[in-house]
Design a protein around this ligand. Structure first.
Ligand code: GLC
Ligand code: CA
Length: 589
């Protein structure tokens, strides 16, 4: 039996503060805006709020470039506003998890200003400085936001490393003083009473100190830094140290954003012995689901295929079982809107497919994350041109691929940005049908999705069939039924092109879940068969007299079912309780 922990039974809600709610009319979301909407979040029923960075920042990458870790971004409010948010959240039984961005700082952080000032600065080794190689960059690594990962500094005639924008210099984790500073800062926040950390690009902290060139495709300027940066040589040593020095001293929830991490590595980051983090986010399903449709770099404008997503998610479910805890997500501030990418945002199907996706994910094993607006079925935004965009990643990619390299047309790049761009997640939260979706009384920092007149929280709260109440029910079910947090996961119907089905097994119970990922009816016999026998290959008639109670439908996005059929985007979850445990566990031996 899995060890019980509060964060295994919790549902996390991610807030992107800039776009959540503006309390003072400057067009930018802020802390007081969040505090004002705590009753809404409490009503939804989530347990934890993860705040994307709220620290002081020049906002080159919307707060993921921090210039003071112990101050609040002026646009977001003051430390008093933060303390009040924390206190009011706690009073409502909501925990607060902070984003921890320590792979890099802002170039406006005092450490970096000192560091760049001279080769002898006491802070020189806080960052990664290298001599030019043949008068050029020290190696061929690219930045994740286009161009080289190295920036030349006139003052000292050397280059510094920035795996993201040049305003995000990478910290030198080899330097014990840097690690000490980070741990002290984390302790400072823990002493304030926060409840955990989401660790930004944690898999990049430890770099191969030889800094070799990455393998480059013929004719390509840049090579792959992955093997020398991702899961670098000392990453687990660093995290175990951080755990000893800080994490183990508090009752926290920790999740690492682990780009490029595979299952074997995830088992170390999130090991059940608690020596590093509680869980990680992997990107296999968000990156890999349409991998064969890539147009350039990460970009595509195709539709991910369910069987690919299912194969990836099932593999993670099975392989983490009993060894490490997992996280479940479709959406975050770096992804397009889930209903548009994985579901169907056409008016006839938006609500049904949003609920289907929620069912499919929330009844798997792991801790589910909801990204603001996902609970309303918010969609991608029809950005007309680059002028509508604010994201440094999209803007730089457009410049690189369209303007400089001319390998893709501007229109096709906009199609990619409308499909995958991070701004899709960053348009303002849609509160009501008043001007600017009720997000601000001023001019919003980024356009509002024009569909806010139909899709908004006020309308959702007034409609018992809304996506909002469906999420509320899924969250309540997780809190009520231990099988949802702890039951063993088993895939079903793995050959189906249309249906994602699985069962969860615990004690004398089986939970059967089936989701139709298409807009057509699909034959599906699962709910007329014996769930104790149902597996991908063998299906037999139900043995009703072995049930201790009639099968109980926990949730569905349809109120009436058709026998032997799943209707378009239909999702169903049915709980079976058996008279004897042996009936359920027979194939567990
Ligand atoms: C992570 C964040 C992303 C940010 C990047 C650099 O991937 O989620 O928003 O741009 O790290 O900090
Ligand atoms: Ca504001």
């Amino acid at each position: 039996m899995e060890e019980r922990k509060w964060w295994k039974e919790a549902v996390i809600y991610q807030i992107y503060p800039r776009s959540f709610a503006d309390s003072n009319g400057d067009g930018i979301g802020d802390l007081n805006g969040i505090t004002a909407h705590l009753p809404y979040l409490q009503k939804l029923g989530v347990d934890v709020l993860w705040l994307s960075p709220v620290y002081q920042s020049p906002n080159d990458d919307n707060g993921y470039d921090i210039s003071d870790y112990r101050a609040i971004m002026k646009e977001f409010g003051t430390m008093e506003d933060f303390d009040r948010l924390l206190a009011e959240a706690h009073a409502r039984g909501l925990k607060i998890v902070m984003d921890l961005v320590v792979n890099h700082t802002s170039d406006e952080h005092p450490w970096f200003i000192e560091s760049r000032s001279s080769r002898d600065s006491a802070y020189r080794d806080y960052y990664i400085w290298k001599e030019p190689r043949d008068g050029r960059e020290p190696n061929n690594w690219p930045s994740c936001f286009s161009g080289s990962a190295w920036e030349y500094c006139e003052e000292t005639g050397m280059y510094y490393l920035h795996l993201f924008s040049k305003k995000q210099p990478d910290l030198n984790w080899e330097n014990p003083q840097v690690r000490r500073e980070v741990y002290d800062m984390m302790t400072w926040w823990c002493e304030k009473g926060i409840d955990g950390f989401r660790m930004d690009v944690v898999s990049f902290f430890s770099k191969d100190q030889r800094f070799p060139d990455g393998a480059a495709a013929p004719g390509e300027k840049y090579g792959d830094f992955g093997p020398f940066v991702i899961n670098g040589p000392r990453i687990h040593e660093f995290l175990r140290e951080m755990n000893r020095e800080v994490l183990s001293k508090y009752d926290l929830m920790t999740v690492g954003e682990a780009a490029g991490v595979n299952i074997e590595e995830a088992k170390k980051y999130a090991a059940a012995d608690g020596s590093e983090l509680n869980m990680v986010f992997h990107f296999e399903h968000t990156d890999g689901a349409a991998a064969d449709q890539k147009v350039v770099g990460k970009w595509d404008h195709g539709k991910p295929r369910m069987p690919v997503i299912r194969q990836i998610l099932n593999k993670w479910q099975l392989e983490l079982e009993g060894k490490a805890w997992g996280s479940l997500y479709w959406d975050n501030h770096d992804q397009p809107r889930a209903v548009s990418r994985f579901g169907n945002d056409a008016p006839d199907w938006r609500v049904l497919s949003a609920k289907m996706l929620a069912t499919c994910l929330h009844l798997q094993k792991g801790t589910p994350y909801i990204y603001q607006g996902e609970e309303l079925g918010m969609t991608n935004t029809p950005f007309a041109s680059l002028e509508d965009c604010r994201d440094i990643e999209s803007i730089n990619a457009f410049r690189q691929y369209v303007t400089e390299m001319k390998i893709i047309s501007g229109e096709e790049m906009m199609q990619c940005i409308r499909t995958m761009g991070r701004d899709n997640a960053r348009t303002p939260m849609q509160w009501d049908s008043s001007a600017n979706a009720g997000f601000t009384t001023g001019t919003p920092w980024i356009m509002v999705n024009p569909n806010y007149t139909q899709i908004n929280a006020e309308a959702a709260l007034a409609n018992p069939d809304s996506v909002f109440y469906y999420y509320q029910k899924l969250i309540r079910l997780r809190h009520e039924l231990p099988i949802i947090a702890y039951g063993r996961f088993e895939p079903l119907l793995e050959d189906s092109d249309a249906i994602y089905a699985y069962r969860r097994i615990m004690d004398d119970q089986i939970l059967l879940v089936a989701c139709n990922w298409t807009a057509a009816e699909q034959p599906c016999a699962l709910f007329t068969l014996d769930p104790a026998e149902a597996s991908s290959n063998t299906l037999t008639e139900a043995v009703q007299d072995t049930y201790a109670a009639p099968p109980q439908e926990l949730i569905s996005n349809y109120s009436a079912h058709k026998s032997g059929i799943l209707q378009p985007y239909e999702a169903r979850a049915v709980l079976y309780r058996f008279k004897t445990r042996s009936r359920v566990l027979r194939d567990e031996e």
